[in-house]
Design a protein around this ligand. Sequence first.
Ligand code: GLY
Ligand code: MN
Ligand code: MN
Length: 472
Amino acid sequence: MSTSGDSDTIAQTDGERPTTSTNRRQPYGQGFLDTISTGWAERPDSTPPQRAQAPYAAARRDAVSAAFPGSRVVVPAGGLKQRSNDTDYPFRAHSAFAHLTGWASDAEPDAALVFEPREDGHDVTLYFRERADRTTAEFYSNAAIGEFWIGPRPSLAAVAADLGVATAHIDDFAGGEDDRVVGEDAEVTRFVSELRLVKDDYEIAQLREAVAATAAGFDDIVADLPRVIAHPRGERIVEGVFHLRARSDGNAVGYDTIAASGPHACYLHWTRNDGAVVPGDLILIDAGVEVDSLYTADITRTLPVSGRFTAVQRRVYEAVREAADAAFAAARPGVRFRSVHDAAMEVIAARVAEWGLLPVTAQEALDADAGGHHRRYMVHGTSHHLGIDVHDCAQARREMYYDGVLEAGMVFTIEPGLYFQIDDTTVPEEYRGIGVRIEDDILMTADGPVNLSADIPRTADEVEAWIARLSS
Ligand code: GLY
Ligand code: MN
Ligand code: MN
């Protein structure tokens, strides 16, 4: 038996931080230590087939290699983050790491993808903590990573076959002073972010799956509206119903679900979700399923809780839809990303001016320098790139993003809204407490935009028919 000695000593030295509180640790008896490493069947060292994403990830790595000749580039997966004593947040690999390895919901914490320069290009190796041999204390005493606690972990050979990349143990990785590390080196960080601006076929297929699962989650919510209304914290029921769909059909939600009923809809990122859902109000639901590859949808629908819009709710709703449709019509290859927002803003400004809410004309409000009055009712932007991150490509340069040009393969949201806060005295009382957003996920193609989420009811009439069909 190679494992011997005091178990506390073993447990305290097998991780970088204590993995369990020490004030209640029970010492292992010698009988345990003498036998724990024996009696286990041989584990078949089967290697899985290469996953579908592998050739796509290889092409992305080639792009990184070509952009940084002679540099040692390191892409860390990131590590576990403690939530509470002995409890971590669910691990989610860094998005650049997932993109360049194809290792996503199943990635190991503390892994690193390393581009080692050679004369011509790079040798690329994925370092990670291979599963511990059953003769080690890690196997049984490390609650954070030991297989006794968290279940099977992969071998170097299995991951190499799965991802189509060379693998090595993380203990064999030594960082260097000149390493260019994603997240630390601005140029490398920017490059890998911009590399995601145009999606490949694999990514587009994953985003379609994320949208389909999200559509099913919205159906689940609509079908459960009676339960939502009956519960004093109906917003939580909405969140929970969607979460069930996200966890059963995907990896997780791509961001915290916004279930914002009544005046809560005017708080743009309302995620407290502890309110009642009251007939007569609208409920704004912004939710997205993240599939196992980590690509996420980002979709918003605003529903009349009773099943029917009031006249003023419908007026606001249809103005937002008109803005969304104008933005969609403006989007095509070769136009600037920001022109999509401009098209939505023209409609928003025109409608709020028509309703008498502005101290100036719509024309004056749209003046880039002196105007902006209408933005009081929609302070957020109309679009963002969508992919592995809900707000994808966040480190891209402005000239590649907001001032950049739309290209086939880009995926982005169109999500105008109108929000009249409950205590906003600039609007007539009948508007106060109404918040509407309609958000769709758009794929740009050479032939123009495709609304990936078009099958989720969008018009006021369609939304009413949807509720009538599913929740009665
Ligand atoms: N769900 C956040 C957003 O729509 O951007
Ligand atoms: Mn969005
Ligand atoms: Mn959203």
